[in-house]
Design a protein around this ligand. Structure first.
Ligand code: KDG
Length: 354
């Protein structure tokens, strides 16, 4: 039955994809024009936005805000269709679809984007941002913008940074308070070298995997655990297959809202402005909801039956110590000067804001 539902859902998506194409001129019939030569019909556009998370997640709520804004402000010249739960593919497949022009928007975590531009790996360095506010100030400043601009050469337009949040560890085997507790646990990571190295350093056995495969992998014991923000752990019902959450907050993960450059180049200037503005309007609300959920849902995880472990400062420092070599190890790969500049900027913002 479950299988049948999934097949039906996939068929529906395939039909929708076949029905839609990036831009579709609205064609009035001859009857409508009375057979006479009519004024040039206004061109209409279709944006298909796909994400890996489900329709309860703040990321999807952000897309709903964006859709509402775009459809209203464009007076119906743009229609936006939303797809969640990897219905259009995983993060890497959707980024490729954007590059080819067969999908218009996706919103991956920054981690898989490092396969396109290595500088994005700075976000994967453990314990980098001391607060969400500092992270936002960095992302919305010159450094963040430079990274978004760099994506244009790769067929992607970076519209804005939304928030995924601080990532925490879950597993189905035992409570984790120290790196030793992690020893031998099979942990799913995002598809990114730093995340793999980080968990190897901690003594775990990491496996990279797209988000869409994660729940089944945990259910079938292919992996023992994973790491994601609290809202994702709660809203994706990971408590059904995981017993323990440890609030490690080891990485702050931004979402990068991406648009296909093929599509962007076709859009008239006034519609480009509306899309860009919508990305910012939604960003503000999306971040607000994300932070609210991150706080509220810790208790929610307990209510779902999970053991939630808050680490003492000493316990947290033990994780930081084991992973402190990561920055040195990957500096060369990312660009040593660039990493230094980023660290300096984060320090500057921290002094200013905290
Ligand atoms: O919609 C975004 C997801 O596909 C993914 O990026 C979420 O953080 C994530 C993960 O763990 O893969």
């Amino acid at each position: 039955m479950k299988h049948l539902k999934k097949t039906m859902a996939l068929l529906l998506v395939a039909v929708l994809l076949l029905a839609g194409c990036g831009s579709t001129p609205a064609q009035p019939s001859e009857q409508e024009t009375g057979g006479a030569a009519a004024a040039e019909p206004e061109k209409t556009y279709l944006i298909r936005a796909g994400i890996g998370l489900n329709d309860q997640h703040p990321q999807y709520l952000g897309l709903e805000i964006m859709k509402e804004y775009i459809e209203r402000e464009s007076n119906g010249r743009i229609e936006m269709q939303l797809f969640h739960s990897s219905q259009l593919g995983d993060d890497i497949q959707m980024m490729e679809a954007l590059q080819m022009g067969s999908q218009e928007i996706t919103c991956p975590s920054s981690a898989p984007i490092s396969s396109i531009d290595k500088r994005n790996m700075v976000f994967d360095l453990p314990f980098l941002f001391p607060s969400e506010e500092v992270a936002s100030a960095f992302l919305d400043g010159a450094f963040g913008q430079e990274l978004l601009d760099g994506l244009e050469d790769h067929g992607l337009v970076g519209l804005a940074y939304w928030e995924n949040g601080y990532r925490h560890l879950t597993n189905s085997v035992r409570e984790v308070r120290t790196p030793e507790d992690l020893r031998g646990l099979k942990i799913r990571t995002m598809e990114n070298q730093i995340h793999l190295d980080f968990f190897r350093e901690l003594g775990a056995n990491p496996t990279p995997m797209p988000f869409g495969e994660l729940f089944t992998a945990m259910q079938q014991g292919v992996v023992d655990g994973q790491e994601n923000p609290v809202s994702t752990i709660y809203l994706q019902s990971f408590s059904e297959v995981q017993d323990y959450t440890t609030l490690t907050g080891h990485v702050y993960s931004p979402f990068v809202l991406l648009m296909s450059k093929v599509f962007w180049d076709e859009l008239p200037e006034d519609l480009k402005e509306i899309v860009q503005e919508a990305a910012y309007v939604a960003q503000e609300e999306q971040r607000r909801i994300s932070r609210e959920y991150a706080d509220e849902m810790v208790e929610g995880l307990r209510e779902q039956g999970m053991t939630v472990t808050e680490l003492t400062l000493e316990e947290l420092q033990a994780f930081q110590q084991v992973t402190s070599s990561t920055i040195d190890k990957f500096k060369g790969d990312i660009g040593a000067d660039y990493v230094d500049q980023v660290l300096e900027e984060i320090q500057r913002l921290t002094n200013e804001m905290m």
